[in-house]
Ligand binder design. Sequence first.
Ligand code: SF4
Length: 216
Amino acid sequence: MSLQISEIFHSIQGESSFAGWPCIFVRLAGCGHGCRYCDTAYAEGEGFTLEPEEIARRVSEFRAPIVEITGGEPLLQDDVHPLMHMLCEKGDTVLLETGGFLSVADVDPRVHCIIDLKAPSSGVSEKNNPENITLALERKGHYEFKIVIADRNDYLWARELLRQTGLPDVCTVLMGVAFGQLDPSELAGWILADHLRTRLQLQLHKYIWDPRMRGV
Ligand code: SF4
């Protein structure tokens, strides 16, 4: 068993309902989805190999309250499942951030899944896996969804999706801006005007540090 890793680092969780917590990030290498605004394209090609036991050992050394498995696309590597199981068994609070193209059905139920819903400007919105929405509606409250908004068209798409599916009635839905492409105040105004039940999120790490900096 082994995993291709892009980087492991200690930072402040910038997104999700866990934003603001110190967190260890385990970024798995590889994705291939090609979202237009991807800010971790460097995770695509490079990487080093580690066994899940060694990753868990390194995570323990940081003594942070949360560990997030991210990418790239972490669900592309089957051995991510034993890693998440191992971390949960140790009693860690484990987050999984996934691009939303693959099903989260087999993820350990103790893991908090943060699932992207890709809006049209990503260029890949047709790849969103509808099974993840079905699972969220069935397993009420177990997952949270994140939508990156780059323009008004993305927002209207997201608003319609949320109204059609009823996702905000059963789980947390977060909306954030594509950094540098849309002013957060504009998105805030749209959410308020429509009384949308969604949480506005900023990528905290991009405000704390240089937004181009890696490993934060
Ligand atoms: S799914 Fe995530 S890592 Fe993959 S291309 Fe899209 S934004 Fe980048």
